[in-house]
Ligand binder design. Structure first.
Ligand SMILES: CC(=O)[C@@H](O)[C@H](O)COP(=O)(O)O
Ligand SMILES: NCC(=O)COP(=O)(O)O
Length: 244
């Protein structure tokens, strides 16, 4: 059985820091603890407005991350140019809206096809692997293949929302079917957004999924249980679910 990897999103540490414009808590220190606790990669989202992760964080983290760096970014030219300089291991292209509380949906590949193809070409030249953060649909998966992506991240936000209303079965089935379909087409399939200690198990059981990117629930749990324990607890749940 393929191991399920955990990428920890540390944006939310920077959100807390920026709330008071202090220098703490520092996402650099968070990344170190997260890695020591067994995370397989560090995810960070350099938003255009730098509302949490800043350019300073991205450049420092490039030097300090010992696992893999997964940089989430929009198709904004300025941010793309930063990514070309930083050269993370992975770049995940995501949609962004200025007023959203958090990423509201997947990237519409069909609408942004030309810009995505050109970004992927540039990333390829720099040996950066590109991932596309998309809704779990046939249309978007086929579009991901057509633009030359090798990795997708399925947006689990709707599933996470529906579970609160106890109406998650349809969303879960969609994620299962689309993970199988994407893997058959040769894509590496990751997933994430809104996953927590309650809803993660059903997703972790989908054996076609390679990695889960989880942030908000882990950083929230860290407040009461410590960051090291919060990562370890999530890894344990994912491992148990994958192996049963
Ligand atoms: C693309 C994605 O799902 C993550 O970036 C997540 O949204 C955390 O970042 P935000 O809190 O900025 O949305
Ligand atoms: N791409 C999803 C991610 O990085 C983590 O999202 P969340 O767990 O903070 O909702």
């Amino acid at each position: 059985m393929q191991n399920l990897l955990l990428g920890v999103n540390i944006d939310h540490v920077a959100t807390l820091r920026n709330a008071r414009k202090t220098s703490y808590p520092d996402p650099i220190q968070a990344a170190y603890i997260v890695e020591q606790a067994g995370a397989d990669s560090i995810t960070l989202h350099l938003r255009e407005d730098e509302r949490h992760i800043s350019q300073r964080d991205v450049f420092l983290l490039r030097d300090t991350i010992q696992t893999k760096m997964n940089l989430e970014l929009s198709l904004n030219e300025r941010i793309l140019n930063i990514a070309y300089q930083v050269k993370p291991d992975f770049c995940c292209l995501v949609p962004e809206k200025r007023n959203e509380l958090t990423t509201e949906g997947g990237l519409n590949i069909l609408i942004h096809k030309k810009r995505i193809i050109s970004a992927i070409k540039e990333f390829n030249k720099l040996n950066i692997k590109t991932s596309l953060f998309i809704e779990p649909t046939f249309e978007q998966i086929e579009a991901a293949v057509s633009v030359g992506a090798s990795i997708i991240e399925l947006h689990t936000g709707s599933y996470a929302q529906k579970i609160i209303q106890k109406k998650e079965i349809k969303e879960l089935k969609k994620l299962q079917d689309m993970a199988i379909y994407a893997k058959k087409l040769g894509l590496v399939v990751n997933a994430g957004h809104g996953l927590d200690y309650h809803n993660v198990c059903a997703i972790a059981k989908i054996k076609e999924i390679n990695e889960l990117n989880i942030g908000h629930s882990i950083i929230s749990r860290a407040i009461f249980h410590g960051l090291h324990n919060a990562v370890k607890d999530m890894k344990y749940l994912m491992k148990e679910a994958r192996n049963t």
